[in-house]
Structure formats: structure tokens, C-alpha cells
Design a protein around this ligand. Structure first.
Ligand code: CUA
Length: 345
């Protein structure tokens, strides 16, 4: 092996000046990455049956990958540092056969079999409650149907679920392909125009989670989100009963100004507020808007100022939105409409 230089890799010694800083940086980076693993939109902080199985699959896959990585790096260190001499050819051939072909085939086949084995339970249809969700540019039309009951309860942009139940979502779209994803509760599912797809949810832990659109659908794709409120079953039943009714404040005398302006400016051509003449179906149902945590599909906090801001300049909040701007209205009228909408509980 004349002329071949031996390459020696030395581990970083403690007197290497950058060593400690690099170590601290690595620990901080790991802490930051791990801190991102919980929260309302994390698939690694599961609050539903499917998300829990997906998280387990992730950890099994990561463990498998880590074992393979350690084995490969171990061999590389062995060959480069511990025994940097030529090895007999018959060992090399054996290593290639077992380490390069048989081993990876067995490990990948085992991981694939495990992953495929999870799929039937992830996609089985049926449930205690059916919810139809339609993707729109850029919001979510939501219809609750309790099996055995005729009533369909229309809502928008906030999904409420009973903990411990199995809920079947039927998904479609009116315009382009969207994708519904609530990472903490389940995997994602495409919403395809002209086709119905299904997703089973098994929310387990009451709390507030975040869902998003996971398929590029236009300029406001990233501004298409929603809250998911998982409630105790009794609280959910009570909420659904109220949600089915007309808006509580819709007819109250004190709210007449905002309501009259809402109807006079033609808002009812696109929006429904049950309990008033507003029965449009182009835009989101606003019957219980005051009850929702956010407006504009999970983008703005549901405050009077934000409702007013969206009425005046919807495209400024959400580029590409179909709602026309009402910037020509006097500020006092906008405020009255925004105030009334906030009372619709
Ligand atoms: Cu809807 Cu992206």
C-alpha cells in the first residue's frame, strides 16, 4: 500500500477551544427541537387514537433509523480509526452481503410490515357522529349529523368533537384540492372536488387543538386553519343542541342596529344567520359567530376590532378571499355590525 496515506480521525479533545461551545449549542438545539414536540398542533403530543398510532409509528421508524445509523457509523469508525488496515476479501464480501443486502432488506421489510399493519385501523369508516367538511377558498364549511337524527347543524371554521367518541369526517371540496390535517388528533386527508374522502377521528383528551390545510390551494393556503375543541361528551351534546338553534342574540332589541345594517348592506346574500332573514350559503354560516375562538378561518382572534377589520378589508387579511371589501361603509356602521356579530352566541 505504498503511497497510500493513513487518515486518522481524532475525537475532539477537551482542550479544543470550540468544543465546549459546540457542545452547549448542540444541547440548546436539541432542547429547542424537543420543546417543539408538544402543543396544540403537534403530531408528537397526540390527543387522539390515530395520532397516537402515527406517533408510535414515528418513534419505531426513528429507532430503526437510529440503530442503522449507529451500525453504519460504528463500522466506519472501526474501519477508519480502530483497524485501518486492509481486510481479507472474503470478510469484505461477507460484510457487503449481510450488512449491505440481507440486513437492510430484513429491517426495512419489518418496518414496512409494521407500518402497513396500522393502516386498516387508521382508515376504518363509521362512527357515533358524522361531520361533513367542505374545503372552500379559504375556509371550512362544517355540517354535523347525528346518526338517527334528521337535523344537520351547519357551522364553519371551528370543529367541536366529543372526547371518547369515534367521529367520521366526510370530506370534499368545491374549488381546488385542499387537505385537512389536525396533527394532534389524526393524519391528513385530501379534500378533492367531485369526490368524497373519509377520515375517522378518535379524540381522547379534551382541549383546544389546531387544524390546518395541508395542500397548497392558493395565495391564502397558509391562512386556512381552524380550532378543534374537544369537549366532554355531555358538554358537546349541550353545545350541539345550542348550535342547532337560532342565534341567541339575533332578535334581541338591543342588537337591532347591527342586525339591520347587516341585512341592509346585503351581507345575508352570502351568509346565514339563523333567526334572521340572512340565508346565504356562499360564505361561512355566522349563526353562532360570537361563540367561536377566531375569525377568518383561524387567522384572527375573534374581537370586535378584528371583525371590523375583516369587513373593511378582507383581502388585506386574506389575499384571494372571495368576500368583497366593505371599506365604503362609515366606521360607525362597521362597528355596529361587528358588535352585533360578536353577540351571536
Ligand atoms: Cu386549502 Cu391549502
Amino acid at each position: 500500500m505504498a503511497g497510500v496515506k493513513r487518515i486518522v480521525i481524532r475525537p475532539a479533545s477537551s482542550n479544543w477551544p470550540g468544543g465546549r461551545a459546540a457542545c452547549i449549542a448542540a444541547i440548546l438545539l436539541a432542547a429547542l427541537l424537543l420543546a417543539g414536540c408538544d402543543g396544540p398542533q403537534s403530531a408528537l403530543d397526540p390527543a387522539g387514537g390515530e395520532a397516537r398510532r402515527v406517533a408510535t409509528l414515528f418513534y419505531v421508524m426513528v429507532t430503526g433509523a437510529a440503530v442503522l445509523w449507529v451500525a453504519v457509523i460504528g463500522l466506519a469508525v472501526y474501519a477508519a480509526v480502530i483497524r485501518p488496515h486492509p481486510h481479507p476479501e472474503r470478510y469484505a464480501n461477507r460484510l457487503i452481503l449481510w450488512g449491505g443486502a440481507v440486513g437492510p432488506t430484513l429491517i426495512l421489510a419489518a418496518l414496512l410490515t409494521y407500518g402497513l399493519g396500522l393502516m386498516p385501523s387508521l382508515r376504518a369508516p363509521g362512527g357515533d357522529l358524522r361531520i361533513a367538511i367542505t374545503g372552500e377558498q379559504y375556509w371550512w364549511r362544517i355540517a354535523y349529523r347525528v346518526p338517527g337524527e334528521e337535523t344537520v347543524v351547519m357551522s364553519a371554521n371551528e370543529l367541536r368533537l366529543p372526547a371518547g367518541a369515534r367521529v367520521e369526517l366526510t370530506l370534499d371540496s368545491t374549488d381546488v384540492i385542499h387537505s385537512l390535517w389536525i396533527p394532534a388528533i389524526a393524519g391528513k386527508m385530501d379534500m378533492i372536488p367531485g369526490r368524497t374522502t373519509r377520515l375517522a377521528l378518535e379524540p381522547e383528551r379534551p382541549g383546544v387543538y389546531r387544524g390546518v390545510c395541508a395542500e397548497f390551494c392558493g395565495p391564502s393556503h397558509t391562512l386556512m386553519a381552524f380550532s378543534v375543541v374537544v369537549m366532554a361528551p355531555d358538554a358537546f351534546a349541550e353545545w350541539l343542541r345550542r348550535e342547532a338553534g337560532p342565534a341567541v342574540a339575533a332578535d334581541a332589541g338591543a342588537d337591532a342596529a347591527g342586525r339591520e345594517l347587516f341585512l341592509a348592506h346585503g351581507c345575508g346574500a352570502c351568509h346565514t344567520v339563523r333567526g334572521t332573514e340572512a340565508a346565504g350559503t356562499v360564505g361561512p354560516d355566522l349563526t353562532h359567530l360570537g361563540d367561536r375562538r377566531s375569525i377568518a378561518a383561524g387567522i384572527l382572534e375573534n374581537t370586535q376590532a378584528n371583525r371590523g377589520r375583516f369587513i373593511v378589508d378582507p383581502a388585506g387579511v386574506k389575499p384571494g378571499v372571495e368576500m368583497p371589501a366593505f371599506g365604503m361603509l362609515p366606521a360607525a356602521e362597521v362597528a355596529a355590525i361587528a358588535e352585533w356579530l360578536g353577540r351571536l352566541e
